[in-house]
Design a protein around this ligand. Structure first.
Ligand code: UD1
Length: 338
């Protein structure tokens, strides 16, 4: 069965392509290489022994999207990762984010509505909950006003899919609300490749451990948490990738109860920034140079998932521990710096 993976050369997209190929799916990747490279294909081949079809394409070009679906009428499912994801940049360039993240989603859904039946998985984020009132966060927690255009594109994306599904019974869709993905494939053949200075915690830690960055700034030590630093739910990217395959199969096998569903994808366990640093020191055997500084504007105190719905309904559960995920992130960092 043919599956289109947009953004398939990116961090989560490449790991999902591996899991799909491991289960025998034929994957076609569309990627514009704006935040990835074609070399990622070699990593995928090294792990799975199979080279996915790759088309370099900008999904903002509607005629190309139309042409793609004409050429590949046998695509039965789409996993849509392709999007811009830098929060700060989205504040500076809102229209770029709305065009990249919303425009492309609309074009894909337009093509899918021409088909009798299709399955669609959307990359959403726990950012839709903002600072939730209760922990752990369930899917019924209210969606809060977005803090950034990036966050808004995830909320709007979900609404666009929901509204489309309401009038298009042929489209079956699932939005996966990711918590904090980290780590790399245990083979260290693929992983996260941040361009420039990493914005996210884990690549900043591994780069500091490698000596590329001098010091990690821990943003805030006075939060109302046990050790004063923020709490997040860090999920191993391989567990996250597997959640996509399980969600897709739920749709392909017609097991979904509704033609639009939403699931949290996290571990259910919250870890503080200091706990993440400790995990790094444990698995790498290195002392990390860090300093507690002022809070980062826009950060929330705490976010971790209630995963009951994903566990029971999807039959999926995150398996890796924080240390295992950290070990894989460190192996990958060591490999790319060699
Ligand atoms: C961030 C985005 C979020 C997005 C997610 C996608 C912000 C404010 N939020 O989430 O919208 O969906 O990435 O990956 O950008 N930290 C440090 N020092 C650092 C980097 C991070 O102390 O150099 C801390 C942060 O304060 C936070 C935790 O580490 O407590 C995780 O940060 P990060 O990896 O940026 O993820 P989020 O802020 O959860």
């Amino acid at each position: 069965m043919k599956i289109l993976v947009t953004g398939g050369l990116g961090f989560i997209g490449s790991h999902t392509t591996v899991e799909l190929q491991n289960k025998g799916y034929e994957v076609i990747i569309i990627d514009d290489l704006s935040n990835s490279t074609e070399k990622v294909l070699d990593g995928i081949v090294a792990i799975t022994g199979k080279r996915p079809i790759f088309e370099k394409m900008d999904l903002k070009d509607r005629s190309k999207v139309e042409d793609f679906f004409k050429r590949h009428q046998d695509v039965v499912g789409v996993i849509h990762f392709a999007a811009s994801k830098a929060v700060g940049e989205s504040v500076e360039k809102p229209l770029l984010y709305y065009e990249n993240n919303i425009g492309t989603l609309v074009y894909l859904l337009k093509e899918l509505s021409k088909k009798n039946k299709s399955s669609f998985i959307f990359s959403s984020s726990c950012t839709v909950y903002g600072q939730a009132d209760k922990m752990p966060i369930t899917e019924s927690a209210p969606v809060k006003t977005a803090e950034s255009p990036y966050g808004n594109t995830k909320q709007m994306g979900e609404e666009i899919i929901r509204d489309t599904c309401m009038v298009t019974p042929g489209i079956n869709a699932i939005a996966l609300r990711y918590f904090n993905p980290m780590g790399a494939h245990p083979s260290a053949e693929i992983g996260e490749l941040p361009i420039g200075v990493p914005q996210n915690l884990v690549p900043f830690i591994t780069q500091t451990g490698m000596g590329i960055r001098e010091q990690l700034s821990v943003f805030g030590g006075d939060y109302p948490t046990e050790d004063g630093t923020c709490i997040r739910d860090y999920i191993h990217v391989v567990d996250l990738a597997k959640a996509h395959v399980v969600a897709l199969e739920r749709l392909l096998n017609g097991k979904n109860q509704d033609n639009y569903e939403v699931f949290n994808v996290g571990t259910g366990k919250g870890s503080s920034v200091l706990e993440v640093i400790k995990s790094f020191e444990k698995v790498s055997g290195k002392k990390l140079n860090y300093k507690i500084v002022d809070r980062r504007p826009g950060d929330i105190t705490s976010a971790y998932a209630d995963t009951t719905k994903a566990n029971k309904v999807l039959g999926w559960k995150a398996e890796s521990t924080l240390d295992e995920a950290m070990k894989s992130a460190w192996l990958w960092e060591e490999k790319i710096r060699k």
